[in-house]
Design a protein around this ligand. Structure first.
Ligand code: ZN
Ligand code: ZN
Length: 297
């Protein structure tokens, strides 16, 4: 078998490693029976997987382009996503405004990338929600965990017999991401906390894994969670007691990205993420709005 396909249990659950180490614009997939979670492994990898396995069902963890650009290679499969992400998957032109780069040169670059990746609108045959179970076989049952935050309809998945989890973009990387307008930081943190309470023996995320062992998985989740707390501190340190700080004052200050690689995109994404922290601080009563900006409460 090719080295990007790794059996995770005897029960026909396979980790499919995304091309180029699953770095954006690629991502990892999990194959359970004839069900594939996400299709962003790259055209090259997906074509090889298709030759070895029958894929009749595609479950999309969320609407992000790096998780669904292989859909065009599986035109006869049945497609599933959460209802809150369905409308974007069915009309991919909505992606650009969700990143707030519409009409900008980076928006055009992104559109060109989508064309290059052959991203197409995908009709969702059935929506999935918390508690749904895909009965893959007598023994293998894939549970849907509604884990919003990264996107409004983001889902993770759990197979109880093998205790294998697919975390989507609760990705356990060094750069937790919530830079699209439908992201929500409080929900993202609640979703991470929920995963911390569950027991997984093997975890695959959109861009990492497989991660083996309960303790290691817990530690990785805690590390990921701590990155968010550190961002909280850095951002909150810039809000004063009396003088109002406007959101523009947080722009291009490397408060989330230590270095900007895709400068124009990351500066915007960073500001959206900072706004998500502000939403959270407001809901917690840590800050309040004053003169079109924020002050400490
Ligand atoms: Zn994502
Ligand atoms: Zn991703």
């Amino acid at each position: 078998m090719d080295d990007f396909i790794q059996a995770l249990s005897d029960d026909s659950i396979y980790f499919i490693k995304g091309d180029k180490n699953a770095r954006y614009p690629n991502s990892n997939s999990l194959l359970i029976g004839d069900h594939l979670i996400d299709t962003g492994v790259s055209g090259k990898v997906l074509r090889k997987v298709k030759k070895q396995f029958e894929i009749n069902h595609v479950i999309l963890s969320h609407w992000h382009e790096d998780h669904l650009h292989g859909n065009y290679l599986l035109p006869n499969a049945r497609y599933y996503s959460h209802i809150k992400d369905k409308h974007i998957i069915e009309d991919v032109n909505k992606m650009i405004p969700y990143y707030m780069v519409d009409g900008m040169s980076i928006g055009e670059d992104l559109k060109n990338l989508f064309t290059y990746l052959k991203i197409k609108d995908t009709l969702i045959d059935k929506t999935i929600e918390e508690g749904d179970v895909f009965k893959i076989s007598e023994d293998i049952h894939l549970q849907v965990l509604f884990t919003p935050g990264h996107t409004a309809g983001h889902c993770a998945f759990y197979e109880p017999r093998s205790k294998i989890g697919f975390f989507g973009d609760i990705d356990l990387s060094k750069l937790p991401y919530y830079g699209n307008i439908d992201a929500n930081l409080v929900e993202f943190e609640n979703s991470i906390d929920r995963m911390l309470k569950m027991e997984f023996d093997i975890v695959v995320t959109g861009h990492k894994g497989p991660i083996m062992g309960r303790q290691t998985i817990k530690e990785e989740l805690e590390k990921f969670r701590n990155i968010l707390s550190q961002r909280d501190e850095r951002i909150l340190a810039r809000v004063n007691e009396r003088t109002s700080t406007k959101i523009e004052a947080f722009k291009e200050k490397n408060l989330i990205y230590k270095k900007y690689f895709y400068e124009e995109f990351e500066i915007i994404a960073e500001l959206i993420m900072i706004e998500k922290h502000m939403d959270k601080f407001l809901s917690q009563g840590l800050i309040e709005e004053k003169d079109d900006g924020f002050v400490l409460s």
